[in-house]
Design a binder for this molecule. Structure first.
Ligand code: ADP
Ligand code: MG
Ligand code: MG
Length: 252
């Protein structure tokens, strides 16, 4: 589904990703962990096509298409969803308008019938309930004045509405209390299917207690330096990252 090969990327002329490889097959859940500043958010921003992130080498193929040649809107239409580490506020655009426009756009692209206003509202209310957000949130500006936890729930709400093929969650679990963490985990587990894949960027094992990953990768200094199964996350929790980083220096 997603194949990232030897990806190099710069922000403001500074190289952050230094030859990154990752392959994600349909149905798989990959966790990416790694020290602060190692390039995790840069990876998700490059995949989403955010401004100022320049891929300088390597390839990113998504379902056989060259992702890097697509504008961000087209990446979203292809079924890529990014939950940002710091969700953006869009004052003046209500959650409802935002979701309706996004969903119509997706359904049109996928040649699916559009939902009626009634069907759409029913769906939106149902998803709000799933993430434990009051339906009043639907009328408010996207993330406008939302608390940290509400923003993260809202990201999951969007994900549940849009049913993307590839979901990238950048530290969606950070700073959440245990109830909100479970909401995030339940949202992921609910969408988990043989056709859908996830990349979960996280600092903490605790999300992975609820969402069992198929693979865990350690990103350090712009490269994946170690990959393993879910046991690797437990090992990292116990030992930190330094044993791995010093390991790469020795072998380099
Ligand atoms: P992580 O998500 O793993 O904590 P990031 O991808 O956010 O790491 O950041 C990787 C590196 O890129 C950091 O050293 C950070 O300071 C740098 N960086 C991020 N954004 C910018 C920017 N706009 N300009 C310059 N450097 C940046
Ligand atoms: Mg960080
Ligand atoms: Mg980050």
């Amino acid at each position: 589904m997603l194949n990232v090969a030897n990806l190099r990327a710069k922000i403001d002329g500074k190289e952050i990703l230094k030859g990154l490889n990752i392959e994600v097959k349909p149905g798989e859940v990959h966790a990416i962990m790694g020290p602060n500043g190692s390039g995790k958010s840069t990876l998700s921003n490059v995949l989403a096509g955010r401004d100022n992130y320049e891929a300088t080498d390597g390839t990113v193929m998504f379902e056989g298409k060259d992702l890097l040649s697509l504008v961000p809107e087209d990446r979203a239409r292809e079924g890529i969803f990014l939950a940002f580490q710091y969700p953006v506020e869009i004052p003046g655009v209500s959650n409802l308008e935002f979701l309706k426009t996004s969903l119509e756009c997706l359904h049109t692209h996928q040649n699916k019938p559009l939902l009626s206003a009634v069907e759409f509202m029913k769906l939106a209310r149902e998803k709000c309930r799933l993430v434990d957000l009051d339906t009043d949130f639907l009328k408010r500006g996207v993330n406008e004045g939302f608390s940290g936890g509400e923003k993260k729930r809202n990201e999951i709400m969007q994900m549940l509405m849009l049913e993307p093929k590839l979901c990238l969650l950048d530290e969606t679990d950070s700073g959440l209390d245990i109830d909100a963490l479970k909401v995030v985990a339940d949202g992921i587990n609910q969408l988990r299917s043989p056709e859908r894949s996830f990349i979960l960027i996280t600092h903490y094992q605790r999300l992975l207690d609820y969402v069992q990953p198929d693979f865990v990768h350690v990103l350090a200094d712009g490269k994946i330096i170690k990959s393993g199964g879910s046991e690797l996350a437990l090992e990292l929790e116990e030992k930190g990252y330094s044993w791995l980083e010093s390991g790469t220096e020795q072998s380099a």
